[in-house]
Design a protein around this ligand. Sequence first.
Ligand SMILES: *Cc1c(COP(=O)(O)O)cnc(C)c1O
Length: 367
Amino acid sequence: MKTYGYGKQNITEDDIQAVVETLKSPYLTCGPKVKEFEQAICDYTGTKYCVAVNSATSGLHIAMMAAGVGVNNEVITSPMTFLASANCARFCGADVKFADIEKDTANINPDEIKKHISQKTKAVVPVHFAGQSCDMEGVNRALPTDRKIYIIEDAAHAIGSDYKDTKVGSCKYSDMTVFSFHPVKTITTCEGGAVTTNDEELYKKLCAFRAHGMHKDGDMTNDWRYEMRELGYNYRMTDVQAALGVSQLKRLDQFKKRRREIVDFYNKNLGLPHLIEKDFSNACFHLYPILVKDRKKFYFDARKAGLNLQVHYIPVHTQPYYQEQGYKWGDYPNAEEYYNHCISLPLYPDLTDNDLQEIIRRIKEII
Ligand SMILES: *Cc1c(COP(=O)(O)O)cnc(C)c1O
């Protein structure tokens, strides 16, 4: 029996060729392919600056650092996300405040953000769940106007997506946007991520934090000297990965088209409760979650039927680590209710129409 997971990378001969060529080139890292990938992301998203990194987790971390998040600060994010959206605040010693989700999109609710803003709030991390952009104008309206609170978009799910007349990553409604190129995401560099911004100061900080806090400027550019001016990390992406990224990015619009076809197909042919796409969104869907009554039974029945599905996500505030920070079940009812019923169906461009018929047949047998 053919089995299906919920997501799968798409690798072509061109991708392989691009990787092989870079392996044979003088630069395996810190070379021209990283710059080329960064420029390609800028061109695609319509943003000024891009910093490629070795994961979205690293990207979120240096974005927090560039925003100046530190101890005695608070960062607001969604409880319905992968751990990294919250952990990045903890890396910097800040406290995490969660803001509950909207039931129909599973995205963070701007009104809930407003409730959790305090004098300590330094940044907000909206997560574009399943690929659909958050209500970014709503997020902006939720913030006070008398002081700066950074908006850092966690767009790990959302490369290729549009919000109104902008690409996610354009940073028209935010300070920075973070993408992930893990193989389950829409395009991949094996592991990898990127941060986009239009702000030159933030860009310079991101570059430094990616590489040990090292700077090389002024008359230092002509000799061996460099200066470490702050504490940074080694979060660099390799040229081999960037070469794969450049090649993958060329197919992003094709992936988006097929992903939307699959979502339309499920919407029409399954008749099960699913997330709603808002008018402001034109998503490159990363996930297709449905809501089922008995999720546990559905999960194990699906496995027996060759469907290896996944649950996105266990609400972050219920993790033992965050319970130690004072959170408990019951704190974010919408996220918890969503979690109790959600399960993500197969969604990736390699699925053929026959595959989709077969998946639907199996689901209808077990539902
Ligand atoms: C995958 C994911 C991340 C982390 O991405 P990595 O590249 O694996 O570090 C962060 N946030 C969300 C919402 C994700 O889905």
